[in-house]
Write a protein that binds this ligand. Structure first.
Ligand code: NAD
Length: 413
């Protein structure tokens, strides 16, 4: 079975073929620049000591410091970090923000750690990877299993070692510690802007459009709320425990309140139960995977027929599935385009920290809209020019920008 990084390479090679990328760049660009693996002890609440393994990977920093989240999850691996660091390089390039790609993580289940264990693990992991970090070097952010509190501990640990407060070393911090307005909502707001523009492009009405969302965490639940507000009908949503469906539409806020109360969207009154695999195959106009990787595969893709597939999650579609979706005329907004709102507002946070000057909601929204709309328009232009699908087009746009930066900087010595 191909790994996540294998899939990223396959997508890269497909784009490189279409854009006739130079042979040297074909070898250089998909290769990670640095990979750090660390093993470290953590003192647990019961006084025992447990060993943990963590990673931090820099993929490409030709366009600026590495930017990418930190994941706490049992499935974290070096292969996954490599693939996600690559994705970050392309995302920053598609959005045309001056960062490269990075990713990090610790193999752990944060739900099984006490708050103090989580803090000890975070501070020790930060110390172990500190040589990679810095506001001009590598700026982490939250990802699956990490939170604004964890970003605050990373910032505090780094700052204590430097002897002064360095807010710009991480993004996704609490607002009163140099965080940006709308960072929490940013990815979902970006997905909503991308879906709105894609609907316009396809001459499709958003009002009344049927939306199915897999995953009801930060990205999924907030996207549901934004699209509901824009007049779309949220017909089905799910989380790791299962899904719910109501063809007449769900109220995203009420579903969220139910999840807060019970720990899951399942059991919500006024909806029928559906499994996660059934959910993906429900008839709908807009499908938004917002959970994990590899959810749409060659097995289920033949039965997945939305008009728009907007990838809130990273890498939810395998390369084989992609070809099937294209053959069925599904308009795919790939992850490196659809969910780029998160890293874009992280960039805004870094800019605000650097200037010690903070923006209001309107300024963040206007700037985010500008970046998302530009990225979509430029990807559409590339798609027309090369007569290719949107995933390939967005990748070509990104690879071209990284290739130009790499070429003009030259090879040292
Ligand atoms: P989250 O942890 O807040 O939410 C994840 C949701 O997915 C939860 O509701 C969880 O129950 C659900 N889930 C887990 N396993 C599932 C399964 N097998 N089937 C269905 N649902 C399942 O995470 P998030 O921040 O919302 O991130 C979701 C995805 O979006 C990830 O792929 C992440 O990398 C990507 N993403 C997040 C951001 C961001 O800013 N948060 C930015 C870009 C991309």
């Amino acid at each position: 079975m191909p790994t996540l990084y294998d899939n990223s390479l396959q997508q890269f090679n497909r784009a490189a073929d279409v854009m006739k990328l130079d042979r040297g760049l074909r070898e250089l660009l998909p290769t990670t620049k640095r990979e750090l693996e660390v093993h470290f002890p953590v003192k647990m609440s019961n006084d025992s000591v447990e060993m943990f393994t963590g990673f931090r990977v820099h993929h490409n920093i030709a366009r600026g410091p590495a930017k990418g989240g930190i994941r706490y999850h049992p499935s974290v691996s070096l292969d996954e970090m490599r693939a996600l660091a690559l994705t970050m390089t392309w995302k920053c390039a598609v959005a045309n923000i001056p960062f490269g790609g990075g990713k990090g993580g610790v193999i752990c289940d944060p739900k099984k750690l006490t708050p103090i264990e989580l803090e000890h693990l975070t501070r020790r992991y930060t110390s172990e990877i500190e040589t990679m970090l810095g506001p001009d070097r590598d700026i982490p952010a939250p990802d699956v299993g990490t939170t604004p509190q964890i970003m605050a501990w990373i910032m505090d640990t780094y700052s204590l070692h430097k002897g002064h407060t360095v807010t710009g070393v991480v993004t996704g911090k609490p607002e009163f510690l140099g965080g940006s307005r709308l960072r929490r909502e940013a990815t979902a707001l970006g997905v909503k802007i991308a879906v709105e523009d894609a609907a316009k492009h396809l001459r499709m009405k958003l009002a009344g459009a049927r939306v199915v969302i897999q995953g009801y965490g930060n990205v999924g639940s907030t996207t549901a709320t934004f699209l509901h507000r824009a007049g779309a009908k949220i017909v089905a949503v799910s989380d790791s425990k299962g899904g719910i469906v109501n063809a007449r539409g769900l109220d995203p806020k009420a579903v969220f309140a139910h999840k807060e109360q019970t720990g899951s969207v399942t059991g919500y009154k006024g909806a029928s139960a559906v499994t996660n695999s059934e959910l993906l195959e429900l008839p709908c106009d807009i499908l938004i995977p917002a959970a994990l990787e590899n959810q749409i595969t060659a097995q289920n893709a033949p039965r997945i027929r939305p008009k728009i597939l907007a990838e809130g999650a990273n890498a939810p579609t395998t390369p084989d599935a992609d070809l099937i979706l294209q053959a069925h005329g599904v308009f795919v907004l790939p992850d490196i385009l659809a969910n780029v709102g998160g890293v874009t507002v992280s960039y805004f946070e870094w800019v605000q920290d650097t200037q010690s000057l903070f923006w209001d909601n309107a300024e963040v929204t206007t700037r985010l809209r500008g970046i998302m709309q530009n990225a979509l328009k430029q990807a559409l232009d590339v798609s027309k020019k090369f007569k290719t699908d949107m995933r390939n087009a967005a990748l070509i746009l990104a690879i071209d920008r990284v290739a130009q930066a790499t070429t003009v900087r030259g090879i040292y010595p």
